[in-house]
Design a binder for this molecule. Structure first.
Ligand code: HEC
Ligand code: HEC
Length: 159
């Protein structure tokens, strides 16, 4: 009996630490002030950016975003429209950026002659961008900016 009481006290304490004291109101930048039960009127879809200018990358292993339109490109088990331009043997003709070596590696790191099945469905990792306003605030700084800020800050005093 005593043991059971002790367990109940312990469970109550744990629950107390897990649950927030007062739940913050749910704010969704895409819904705005519309209550959850009501449908919103979505803004018109912005056009896909199509400037053919390769964009910067935020970190070394970032899959680059797609700087051109991909409307209607077939990408299924029968045909890969992306490879039609981006495959190693096609790029001299198309002037597309060739796939990097990681796209030819299997999971053991062996470099294959053809694209690795792990990298066949390009849109798993690469996405187009739209000419729209950001839906949520983003104050991401890339690693170089963080390191510069650190180096510019006065060094901590030695004790
Ligand atoms: C008609 C040829 C063509 C097709 C098809 C094509 N691309 Fe491209 N792609 C290019 C060219 C050329 C560039 C170089 C930048 C530019 O001109 O837009 C490029 C650039 C890119 C880049 C940027 C690379 C970097 O280093 O910044 C990515 C990512 C990309 N394409 C992915 C794709 C994906 C995914 C598909 C299929 C959905 C695709 N491309 C289909 C020609 C093509
Ligand atoms: C599993 C994720 C993934 C898939 C799937 C994938 N990629 Fe990538 N891709 C990356 C990453 C990560 C990079 C940047 C680092 C690197 O080169 O490995 C990249 C880089 C690239 C680049 C730039 C190469 C360079 O040297 O600058 C092109 C072009 C590209 N991918 C096209 C494609 C195309 C076309 C497909 C589909 C056939 C594809 N990728 C599938 C993750 C992926």
């Amino acid at each position: 009996m005593r043991l059971r009481f002790a367990w109940m006290v312990l469970a109550a304490c744990l629950l107390g630490t897990l649950l927030p004291a007062h739940a913050a109101p749910l704010v969704d930048a895409m819904r705005g002030a519309t209550p959850v039960g009501e449908p919103t009127s979505p803004p018109p879809m912005p056009p896909v950016e199509n400037r053919d200018q390769r964009r910067g990358r935020a970190f070394a292993m970032q899959p680059p975003t797609i700087p051109h339109k991909i409307d209607g490109y077939q990408l299924d088990k029968n045909f890969n429209r992306c490879l039609f331009c981006h495959a190693r043997e096609r790029t001299a003709e198309t002037q597309a950026v060739p796939l990097s070596v990681t796209h030819y590696m299997d999971r053991s790191g062996n470099v294959l002659a053809e694209i690795s099945p792990r990298r066949y469905f390009c849109l798993q990792c690469h996405v187009t961008q739209v000419e729209g306003k950001a839906l949520v605030v983003n104050d991401f700084k890339d690693a170089t900016a963080v390191m510069r800020a650190r180096d510019a800050a006065p060094a901590p005093k030695k004790k």
